[in-house]
Design a binder for this molecule. Sequence first.
Ligand SMILES: Nc1ncnc2c1ncn2[C@@H]1O[C@H](COP(=O)(O)OP(=O)(O)OP(=O)(O)O)[C@@H](O)[C@H]1O
Length: 309
Amino acid sequence: MSMFSKRAGQRQAEVSEPVVSEPVVSESGGERQAQEPGSQLLLDLQGVSKIYGDLHALDHLNLQVSAGQWLAVVGSSGSGKTTLMNILGCMDTPSQGSVRLQGQALEEMSSSQLTEVRKNVIGLVFQKFYLVPHLTALENVMLAQYYHSVVDQAQAVQALERVGLGDRAHHLPSQLSGGEQQRVCVARALINDPKLILADEPTGNLDEANEQMVLDIFRQLHEQGTTLIVVTHDALVASCAQREIMLSHGQLAGERWNDDQARQDFLAAGGHLSVLAKEGESGSSESDPDLLTRDLPVGFVDPTKAAKR
Ligand SMILES: Nc1ncnc2c1ncn2[C@@H]1O[C@H](COP(=O)(O)OP(=O)(O)OP(=O)(O)O)[C@@H](O)[C@H]1O
């Protein structure tokens, strides 16, 4: 099945336009202007790199995400997806470049300001954040509330009910299936009603029924206006997003819009459609927009091929 096969009956897709070619730089060729007043961009990454010795886990990445957008991030193993999520989640900092969240540069924030952002703006659904084994599902959610300084049992129960686990509230993680544990993690991420949900492989290792439940929650959140960024290896999960981007060697290797209205909204919000970096030419993406049409990443159909380019 193609990477971008659509579920039957899903919203209108724009499958004929795999990559777009609007430069990120201004016509003068200089740095792009600061966000216009009234812009609805939630995230704006400019030239973000994460460098470990000789390895560029992220390599001059430019990426903008408008408020309310549902974005999927795909790419082969080691392409930089988790590195990107860690930076967006304020759990890591770039070696170079700038990340603006709601117009504010993260690199200019103090550690206490970053803690506030983590607490109040972001919800994380990361597989590596295990549940505390000796606490019940309810207590695990309430522990997250404690971290957010709002302990409210009724609200915690509500969060569990929302993910279909009201009747499992008093079970320990070991008494829950993998899918149920993952849904507790989703409930935990929702308790502060975050504007931005970052989910790294939220449906990994789930059976179809549990995957559908998690996706249904994401759909509800999306309808409520939450911005969702979901890393996934699953083409079907990716296809639920309005927009998909592919990373390869820390660079943007492809972009695809599944929802034309979302694309229009993104542009209206001040977003710029992405330009892909030329192979072996870090950060050169703005220099030759034409290369987009002749140098299309075949790999967008198959991330493994893209990684080998
Ligand atoms: N702390 C670190 N020190 C050195 N290299 C690292 C570190 N963290 C990540 N890397 C490297 O950065 C690259 C990107 O890693 P990352 O975890 O972001 O990839 P990924 O796309 O999430 O992969 P996967 O799909 O396998 O989870 C990899 O080559 C990885 O080995």
